[in-house]
Design a binder for this molecule. Structure first.
Ligand code: HEC
Length: 155
């Protein structure tokens, strides 16, 4: 009795949660990815200020929090926000170039590059890598952002 109720509850919760994992519409995909990149950039800025520019006092805790946030964005399955119809030939609210859909291998490559660089930055921060190691890996993450922008983001 208890077990069957458990399975009913499980089935219902699966049904309820299904729409949340369904594909967002075009406008929501664009807005969500722009927010994700803006949020990543905000966190990149915090690390840059502390590790590269020295304009803000070095704080390992804050750097780890920022690195965690960037890695979360990079590993969140962003690809789901790059669906058909979300490039700037079909929509004026985005800077995604249509060539994105003609180069799936390249898109995969730059996305993986971003995820790997961000995960490594998170590791360096978590292991208290120190300013030099953080600066080096921060620069690698920056390159991974640029690799995608150069290829797929309109000016
Ligand atoms: C896989 C490709 C890719 C990667 C990796 C990537 N970006 Fe972007 N970024 C884009 C695209 C495409 C857009 C344009 C999105 C749109 O307008 O729909 C964009 C837009 C942005 C924007 C503007 C957001 C807005 O509100 O319009 C910022 C800021 C940004 N990216 C920063 C970054 C930073 C910082 C990183 C690395 C930490 C990064 N991006 C990594 C592809 C990427």
């Amino acid at each position: 009795m208890r077990i069957s109720r458990f399975f009913v509850a499980l089935a219902m919760s699966a049904a309820v949660s299904a729409p949340a994992s369904a594909q967002l519409d075009v406008e929501d995909q664009i807005e969500t990815r722009q927010s994700a990149f803006t949020f990543a950039a905000w966190n990149m800025g915090k690390i840059k200020a502390q590790v590269i520019d020295g304009s803000v006092a070095y704080n390992e805790q804050q750097i780890l929090a920022a690195a965690n946030a960037i890695a979360s964005v990079a590993n969140s399955g962003l690809g789901a926000l790059f669906g058909p119809g979300t490039a700037n030939d079909k929509n004026d609210n985005t800077r995604l170039k249509p060539v994105f859909f003609d180069k799936p291998e390249k898109a995969r490559e730059v996305a993986i590059g971003f995820a790997q660089a961000a995960t490594k930055l998170q590791e360096v921060a978590a292991n208290g890598g120190g300013k030099g190691a953080l600066a080096a890996q921060f620069s690698e993450v920056g390159k991974s952002c640029k690799a995608c922008h150069d290829e797929f983001r309109a000016d």
